[in-house]
Design a binder for this molecule. Sequence first.
Ligand SMILES: [Zn+2]
Ligand SMILES: [Zn+2]
Length: 354
Amino acid sequence: MVRFTVLASGSKGNSTVVCGGRTRILVDAGLSCRELFRRMKLADEAPEALDAIVITHEHQDHVNGLAVTARKLGIPVYFTEATHRAWTRWLTPRRQMTYKQWLELCRKQAAERQAEPEAPALDAATEESEFEDAGPEEAEVECLVQAGATSQPAHLDPGPVADTALAESTPAEPASVEPPSLKEDPTWLPAVEYFRAGVPFSIGDIALSPFTIPHDAADPVGFVLSSEGVRMGFATDLGYIPPNVRQQLQDLDLLLLESNHDLEMLRDGPYPWSVKQRVLSRVGHLSNDATAEFLSSAYDGQAAYVILAHLSENNNLPELARVAAERALLGRASLLANRLLLAEQHQPLSAIRF
Ligand SMILES: [Zn+2]
Ligand SMILES: [Zn+2]
């Protein structure tokens, strides 16, 4: 049986469990390990049965609980190499300074870059995005909490389950080597596997086809996941839908697609101008209108389920996203096939089973 369970979706954390055959994977780990486990149990998914974590990009709302979760379960993490490097860079400075000092330093560096007229715009956006993806302020507060995980001993010592899994998943390393603590090395993971956009790969019984998406991260990707003949498209955090993504999101049984903001709410909303510009940019997030435009034109209308995801809590309302998508799907020959669901930030969506 194939199961697809969105545990959380939005700027405060993203994570989805996909099960196919005998394999279970987590796509993104944007909640704390504790919260991930709590939600998995709520959704009837056993955390210790997870085989791997796959990361779409290094923004905080996608990796918040990554290190703790991978360590606790002793499972491999799949990244692109550039995403892994960006994640490592993001965590490393905290070893030398407090998180507050580090944030201060990053702000100073960003201001210096802005003062340089010739500085490439994308570089500045990339640095900035490491904090702003989760929305102003809240992201920083949440990250602080996560950084505080170093003082939670319960998360530092893998239990017996993790010990076994660790030995199995990293055969190259002697089992007697003690992993460093989070404090010693916050970037240490039981095992790291690299994939590349455009090059399909498999984790057990699940096949993944990663594709590049336009977003201000090091090397962001979406996926088509398939198992037992069921195809699931997964694309959040993208500024627009380029032809390669349109092409990928066809012939699906399930489509999870971002519907981040309502344009008017964003324009009139509380975000600083620079953040509004970033969200609206070609490497920002999809508006309800952009998603609707795809659903009404390029999308083939074949999926049994369409899940709207990564809704902004500040700049969107579930009703607005739903109505825009419903209108877009109306008149499609296969409307009845497209059961529309909205992924939520604060509770898991019921498992979709095939
Ligand atoms: Zn992002
Ligand atoms: Zn995100």
